[in-house]
Design a protein around this ligand. Structure first.
Ligand code: NAD
Length: 490
């Protein structure tokens, strides 16, 4: 262990849970170390939440739902969310730096995530009083109204890759719909969520509307997803944990949305505008060091242009540097040592299997030696059936596979267990539409990828990528259910 890791942490670097609007230490006083991905040194300590802490948070949320929070009108809830959006915007510098130190994102990426959070809060804040039900024509003697109502208390398990954005799309929507919330951030990415919960307290959210319990997935996370007081669960993370979460939810007969990642294909036809495509093809995998559920991790390239596109992408990869996230690198470190090892193991296996590395970036000379850096790596050609074409690596690793015609492109693009995002690059509008509508993916982009952040666009998967939709107005509806009122009047 590095010497600095043994040094005591300053008190303001120790973070408690936020339960019922109060800072509350873990019930058994335990803390978890938070290490900086940039250098592996101790950054802070967070409460290691227990089942008792989760229970207290669920009770605080229930009291809020049945009390001050539940009594607010939709307009009042929306105004609070908009106030929180403004508070986040005003705090952008601090949140950006904190996010970069906590999760290793380059500053520009952290800033985009923080402004994305503010936009989610604005979007759902302004949508809160536009969510309404229906009137159904029924018997002549009866009036039927269908209300959209919140579930009650919702649980949110947030991963480490985009804590700000995922908090915004999940917790922002749940609050706008009128639910009281309990959030379990990832153990590697709790600091900005704790800070935003404090901002919510400052702008006047009633106590208990937004509770945060930090800690390990197998303790705090499992306690939250199995708690009988939770009425709905939103989970983003790995498929394995998603199965555990859905199993726990089933015991309590509550619904879940699962967003579990992908192996998204970028399909490049021989009539595509390659110059326009190139930076987008590379960024779709390099953004956030490839630790993105919607990363474009597979290139499918029509055979006639395969070598040219591979060479051009390889040249760009060779120029990429992983480096200290506060020094504007092309990509930052992986979130932790386990993730770094996971990516390295995939690359070791690929080399053992004889796959060709077409282009490999480097690690910046001034990157701290204790950080979790992995060079961006592009392999081509890679057979469609290989592990690297089928598994979500969750790192800066891109593979390319050739295809001959449209039918093969569609078969390969849809040929993994996942189905989250796809892109189609072509100048032929009819082909773009035909192929786009054949993709088994929740979002399909034509001549672009992930354009604009997509706060307004429904997002979610097919198959192993999960189910349910977040983002957009559909994401708001997802946090409600209906109550049908039948009134006899004659
Ligand atoms: P994970 O699924 O284990 O963790 C995600 C969240 O779930 C964290 O908050 C964690 O504390 C919590 N959790 C873990 N076990 C739990 C349980 N039994 N009950 C309830 N909550 C639990 O993901 P990870 O270990 O951080 O990463 C492993 C892999 O998952 C990555 O390599 C990547 O492939 C994938 N991943 C995907 C996404 C995504 O956005 N789809 C995000 C993060 C990780």
């Amino acid at each position: 262990m590095n010497d600095q890791l043994r040094q005591p942490v300053a008190p303001d670097m120790v973070h408690a849970n936020i339960i019922g609007g109060q800072d509350v230490e873990a019930s058994d006083g335990d803390l978890l170390d938070v290490l900086s991905p940039a250098d592996g040194l101790l950054l802070a300590r967070i409460a290691s939440g227990t089942a008792r802490d989760v229970d207290a948070a669920v009770k605080a949320a229930r009291a809020a739902f049945e009390g001050a929070w539940g009594r607010l009108t939709a307009t009042e809830r929306g105004r609070l969310l908009i106030k929180l959006a403004h508070a986040v915007e005003a705090d952008v510098e601090t949140l950006t730096l904190l996010e970069t130190r906590d999760v290793g994102k380059p500053l520009a990426q952290s800033r985009a995530d923080v402004t994305g959070l503010a936009r989610y809060l604005e979007y759902y804040g302004t949508a809160a009083d536009k969510l309404h039900g229906d009137v159904i024509p029924y018997l002549g003697t009866h009036f039927v109204g269908v209300e959209r109502v919140p579930f009650g208390v919702t649980g949110h398990i947030v991963p480490w890759n985009y804590p700000m954005q995922i908090f915004g799309r999940s917790v922002g929507a749940a609050l706008a719909a009128g639910n009281a919330t309990v959030v379990k951030p990832a153990e590697d990415a709790s600091l900005t969520i704790l800070r935003v919960a404090k901002l919510a307290r400052d702008v006047g959210f009633p106590q208990g509307a937004l509770n945060v319990v930090t800690g390990l997935g197998r303790t705090a996370g499992a306690a939250l997803t199995s708690h009988p007081g939770i009425d709905f669960i939103s989970f983003t993370g790995s498929p394995e944990t998603g199965t555990a979460v859905q199993t726990a939810a089933a015991q309590n007969h509550v619904g879940v949305t699962l967003e579990l990642g992908g192996k998204s294909a970028q399909v490049v036809f021989d009539d595509a505008d390659i110059e326009r495509a190139l930076p987008v093809l590379v960024n779709a995998i390099i953004q956030n060091g490839g630790q993105t559920c919607s990363a474009g991790s597979r290139l499918l390239i029509q055979r006639g242009i395969f070598d040219d596109v591979v060479n051009a992408v390889a040249a760009r990869f060779k120029a990429l540097r992983a480096g200290h996230p506060e020094r504007s690198p092309d990509l930052g470190p992986m979130i932790n040592q386990a993730q770094q090892r996971r990516v390295e193991k995939y690359l070791e296996k690929a080399r053992q299997d004889g796959l060709t590395v077409a282009g490999e970036g480097g690690i910046a000379a001034d990157a701290p030696s204790g950080g979790y850096y992995v060079p961006a790596t592009f392999l081509a050609p890679v057979p469609h059936e290989s592990t690297l074409s089928q598994d979500e690596v969750f790192g800066p690793v891109l593979v390319a596979t050739p295809f001959d015609d449209e039918a093969e492109a569609i078969r390969l693009a849809n040929g993994t267990a996942y189905g989250l995002v796809a892109s189609v690059w072509t100048r032929d509008a009819m082909r773009a539409t035909r192929v786009g509508r054949s993709m088994r993916a929740g979002q399909v982009f034509v001549n672009c990828y992930g354009a604009g952040g997509g706060i307004e666009l429904p997002f979610g998967g097919f198959g192993k990528s999960g189910h349910g939709r977040e983002k957009g107005f559909e994401g708001l509806v997802e946090f409600t259910t209906t109550r049908t009122l039948v009134i006899a009047h004659g």
